[in-house]
Design a protein around this ligand. Structure first.
Ligand SMILES: [Zn+2]
Length: 406
């Protein structure tokens, strides 16, 4: 029994089998040679045993038998903390489960929803989530955190009540690092203040953000020589919006057959030309033949994309100016607004020439978080959501990369 149970340093000294109830009860205590006592408060060594106690935990099943282990443990006198419970590897928390059992549940949670895991193990879904959270906390405590050199900051809209969530991520590893409620300058300030030392902050060389000013302000306040790079994805989203505004204006301006032609083309107009097959390109060409303004808008959006192919700031700047020159006499108001916005954020757009931050990571991290939120309702606890998303990024499971706009 001791061999099968395989708890290092512990031996089975009594057992009971209930065949009808399909349960196996085991009583275990320390092996004679196992004398090292560790304080659960400080992790230091203790020598004096004050009291012997017993706890009951559920362990991994033995074939069809549910295993319940009665563990003998000590209350000890720690030189630093006083009277404390000793630390036992197989007793990770006050909950009635062994560590092996919790690890099995946590592992199952990596590929299935809490509700399914609950059914599999015969537990309540809330219990499964609590076990999973402890499993993830143990994992994060034991791992080495990668250095933060390039950070991404973005927000997720959670809904009308919780509003926004600020998400800070490590662009090199593609994992989220921190969540903050709201998306104010102070929100991001809190990240820099509570999560990083001065040394860690000084290692950050670049930040990929959208054009949300509170974030940029906060970053430059805390990391003075950080290069801000505006996310291409977000800039292109603005370009797509401009195309859409032109489309809507044309729809209402022109009546009759033109309306029919513009109708239902929204998705087509927002797609990149390279991603369209011959039939869809033909549909767009039909539209462009009849409406020059739509064509111009589409070409402007498509050509803006090239701005991110330059390696020299001066060349990129020249390209952007040429692009803006094309707007003259076009009466494309949404694009004029876009041009003003691009010029206002010029430095952060051209910074990409010097620091090639990986675009798309921020969106992928966001996509993962959203898919977690969609799948389970158990993420009112933001700490749990963060650990779960981190674990996902490290395991590279379901890593959705959004390429549509970027
Ligand atoms: Zn102690």
């Amino acid at each position: 029994m001791t061999t099968i149970l395989d708890w290092p340093g512990y031996r089975v000294y009594r057992h009971e089998i209930d065949e009808a109830g399909r349960t196996l009860k085991l009583w275990v205590r320390r092996k004679r040679g196992n004398r090292v006592l560790i304080c659960s408060g400080c992790g230091g060594r203790a020598h004096k045993i004050e009291e012997v106690r017993q706890r009951e935990v559920r362990d991994l099943p033995w074939r069809k038998y549910q295993a319940i282990v009665h563990v003998e443990y000590y209350r000890i006198r720690c030189p630093k903390c006083g009277l404390k419970v000793e630390q036992v590897a197989q007793l990770p928390s006050k909950a009635p489960f062994s560590r092996d059992f919790e690890d099995a549940v946590g592992l199952a949670c990596e590929s299935a929803a809490a509700r399914q895991v609950a059914r599999q193990f015969g537990l309540a879904a809330s219990t499964v989530r609590a076990i999973d959270l402890r499993y993830l906390e143990r994992w994060t405590k034991s791992r080495k955190k990668p250095v933060l050199r390039q950070m991404g900051v973005d927000e997720i809209f959670l809904g009308k009540t919780q509003k926004f969530l600020t998400v800070v991520s490590n662009l090199e590893t593609g994992e989220p690092l921190w969540f903050g409620a709201d998306r104010k300058e102070e929100t991001l300030d809190e990240f820099f203040r509570t999560q990083l030392s001065g040394m860690q902050r000084s290692r950050i060389s670049a930040a990929c953000v959208d054009m949300w000013e509170p974030f940029t302000k906060s970053i430059l306040k805390w990391v003075a020589d950080c290069r801000i790079v505006f996310d291409k994805f977000h800039v292109m989203q603005h370009a797509n919006k401009a195309v859409d505004e032109v489309r809507r204006a044309e729809f209402f301006r022109k009546g009759g057959p033109m309306r029919g032609l513009v109708k239902g083309k929204r998705w087509l107009l927002l797609s990149r030309w390279v991603n369209l097959d011959g039939k869809k390109r033909q549909l767009l060409n039909d539209l462009f033949r009849l409406n020059r303004r739509m064509m111009k808008a589409y070409l402007l959006k498509e050509s803006l994309d090239r701005l991110w192919t330059y390696s020299y700031e001066r060349a990129a700047n020249r390209y952007l100016n040429q692009w803006i020159d094309q707007l003259r006499w076009q009466r494309l108001e949404p694009f004029k607004k876009l041009a003003v916005m691009l010029l206002r954020h010029l430095e952060g757009i051209l910074n990409y020439c010097r620091v090639k931050v990986p675009f798309g990571v921020v969106e992928a991290v966001n996509g993962n978080i959203k898919s977690l939120l969609r799948r389970g309702r158990g993420y009112k606890n933001l700490r749990y959501l963060l650990l779960k998303a981190q674990r996902m990024a490290v395991l590279k499971t379901e890593f959705v990369v959004f390429r549509k706009a970027a």
